[in-house]
Ligand binder design. Structure first.
Ligand SMILES: [Zn+2]
Ligand SMILES: [Zn+2]
Length: 185
């Protein structure tokens, strides 16, 4: 290494080395060692700095997508992980041959995972707690429940019978959906 380049090397390669200022002073005191003043911009972006910023950005993006991956692939929706967009309650009654079916509690709730549609008890209240800005339909709840929607004979929403039963009925807050089957298994 040329002697006049040693100071530049120290500045560039070991700017944080505790001894660097001392070496710098020593070198400056020796004639011929002081490197000519650089005319380029004082802020130099080095490749490793670009690499670190890229790694941070890519890591963040990767982490975001990791949280969006459904770690419970048997479930139809990704686990709720972010801030809730809304938290609604829809009342569901299912009848089999005229008898009220008990809807189990804990549907859609797993260790470390809550589906956006779930039940906390056996009252038939569907909790719609979602971190996604979208609606859910009664058929979506059946998917979480892992029951076929099948062919109901009648469907009543807030006291009004639908022209024909449909799994596409949206789960709105404070609404009551009653679904009647000849037999529901
Ligand atoms: Zn809940
Ligand atoms: Zn709730």
């Amino acid at each position: 290494m040329k002697p006049e380049n040693l100071l530049r090397h120290l500045n560039d390669t070991h700017p944080r080395h505790p001894d660097t200022p001392r070496w710098r002073d020593q070198l400056k005191s020796e004639p011929g060692r002081v490197a000519p003043t650089r005319t380029s911009s004082p802020i130099r972006v080095r490749p490793w700095q670009v690499a670190i910023v890229a790694a941070i950005v890519l890591g963040g993006v990767g982490l975001y997508y990791l949280t969006q991956i459904n770690l419970f692939p048997s479930q139809p929706f990704p686990c709720v992980s972010g801030t809730l967009v809304y938290h609604w309650h829809t009342q569901l009654y299912v009848y089999s041959g005229g008898a009220l079916v008990t809807i189990p509690g804990g549907i859609g709730l797993f260790a470390g995972c809550a589906e956006p549609l779930h039940t906390h008890d056996t009252t038939g209240t569907i909790h719609v707690e979602t971190d996604v800005s979208r609606f859910y339909a009664i058929g979506d709840f059946y998917r979480v429940w892992n029951k076929p929607f099948g062919s109901p004979t009648q469907m009543i929403v807030n006291g009004t019978a639908l022209p024909s039963p449909t799994a596409s009925q949206i789960l709105y807050d404070q609404e009551t959906i009653s679904i009647y089957y000849t037999t529901f298994a």
